[in-house]
Design a binder for this molecule. Structure first.
Ligand code: NIG
Ligand code: FE
Length: 424
């Protein structure tokens, strides 16, 4: 018998959420659960060694530790592929302003929104930013999130953008979840550059991208083989298509993967640009309709949908997730956790909103938060599914039926979290 560190067995269903032809799940095959009835998984050195029937796995392997899942469902650890989890302060006052009739864009145009969080983030020191973010990440872990992408973008000057990147690195060494860093220096134009967006783009391209590249090369992220992404908010009151193009091309030339906030309120033309650049993901897509959906489907760019945003903004129209999937696009879901448009820590909540308002099935929503989210971060080869050789990140639910994750609202169906083969 082969000796392993850990076996999880006696599951009602073990959902492998396999990749499809070495890529994300798409079309009718999206929502392929790869379910193993009464499944088990054997784990050694943080990696999955084997997946199969519980009796077969227990006969073939002897484990230092076994966990009896007691007939509950086991799924891959959830991956939150779009967050702004590091920020100073909060924006509860804007929440109240919106209830009284102001829109997100009204508040942004009046100098609130991202700029208000920028000020709080500039004012906070690294300890304060890290402590506040750690609390969020710990809560997210309890809700099943084992991998988290985090963006900078509340510094909007070189010193504070670098401070945010350093906080990501520090968090990655202290929290149980794993962090993937994204540089979002082009989140909006800071007040110092009001009326001179092109001047701010010069700063991002000429100073910030080189500095972030140098920081990354010396960081533990690079040592661990993590990717680094660049992102731009392509929108009115943020960056137009030409500015977005300059920044993304400069990031790409510095070996960063490309992401974009696009088509949130206005389809300015950032989506065709992202596809031309071969972006890893295009995120938001709330107003993407018609031919653009077919273009997404024909590309390798993952569509990252963020339904907690429109839910939080009290909007009743959502990104057309159903049409994107039916057309064959690779669709992922994320919280977009941030203090303004989405103060949301819970991927199961996001799955529930996507099922109800985008008409995703529970199986599609699960694929969107596991294997497809992994591909949205370029880590689909090692995360996102329960397949031999992959990292052992998994959740034991407190229900035999995985659909309860999306079906129940506001609770927590995650009973046990395993990250890199360790119970956390
Ligand atoms: O993804 N859309 C732009 N950025 C964030 C919002 C950030 C904020 O409001 O602080 C988003 O929704
Ligand atoms: Fe965002």
């Amino acid at each position: 018998m082969e000796q392993v560190d850990l076996i999880v067995h006696n599951t009602s269903q073990l959902l492998a959420m396999p990749s499809q032809d070495g890529g994300p799940q798409r079309s009718a095959a999206m929502g392929n659960l790869g379910a193993v009835a009464n499944g088990a998984v054997a784990i050694q050195d943080g990696l999955i060694v084997a997946v199969g029937d519980s009796a077969d796995i227990l006969a073939a392997y002897s484990a230092e530790r076994t966990i009896d899942a007691q007939g509950n469902a086991v799924i891959p650890g959830l991956i939150d592929c779009h967050t702004h989890a590091i920020y100073g302060g909060d924006r509860a006052h804007e929440f109240e302003m919106r209830i009284q009739g102001a829109t997100y864009m009204d508040i942004m145009a009046a100098g609130g929104g991202i700029v208000s969080t920028m000020q709080n983030t500039r004012d906070a020191d690294e300890d304060e930013l890290a402590a506040a973010a750690q609390k969020r990440l710990d809560e997210m872990l309890h809700l099943g999130t084992t991998t988290v992408e985090i963006k900078s973008g509340y510094g909007l000057n070189l010193a504070t953008e670098l401070k945010m990147m350093r906080v990501m690195e520090r968090l990655n060494s202290v929290v149980s979840a794993e962090i993937i860093p994204t540089f979002l220096g082009a989140h909006t134009v800071p007040p110092e550059y009001k009326g001179n967006g092109d001047g701010y783009v010069d700063l991002v391209v000429d100073e910030m991208i080189p500095a972030v590249t140098d920081w990354f090369a010396q960081s533990q992220f690079a040592a661990d083989g993590s990717p680094l992404f660049i992102d731009v908010f392509c929108e009115d009151h943020a960056f137009d298509v030409l500015q977005t193009q300059r920044i993304l091309r400069a990031g790409q030339a510095a070996c960063m993967g490309v992401k974009i906030h696009v088509d949130q309120f206005n389809a300015l033309g950032g989506l065709p640009l992202a596809l031309e650049l071969g972006a890893t993901s295009a995120d938001h897509l709330e107003v993407t309709r018609g031919a653009a959906i077919g273009r997404m489907a024909a590309s390798n760019t993952v569509a990252v949908l963020l339904p907690a945003v429109n839910f939080n903004l009290g909007l009743t129209e959502f990104a057309d997730g159903r049409a994107l999937i039916d057309a064959g696009a690779a669709v992922a879901l994320a919280t977009d956790l941030n203090p303004g448009s989405a103060p949301c820590l819970s991927l199961p909540f996001v799955m529930g909103v996507a099922c109800r308002y985008m008409r995703l099935t529970p199986a599609e929503a699960l694929a969107a938060c596991t294997i497809n989210a992994a591909y949205a971060l370029n880590v689909g080869d090692r995360l996102g599914s329960l397949e031999p050789g992959k990292q052992a990140d998994l959740l034991i639910l407190d229900s035999a039926d995985y659909r309860h994750l999306a079906y129940q609202i506001g609770g927590n169906r995650v009973q046990t979290v395993v990250k890199r083969g360790q119970i956390v």
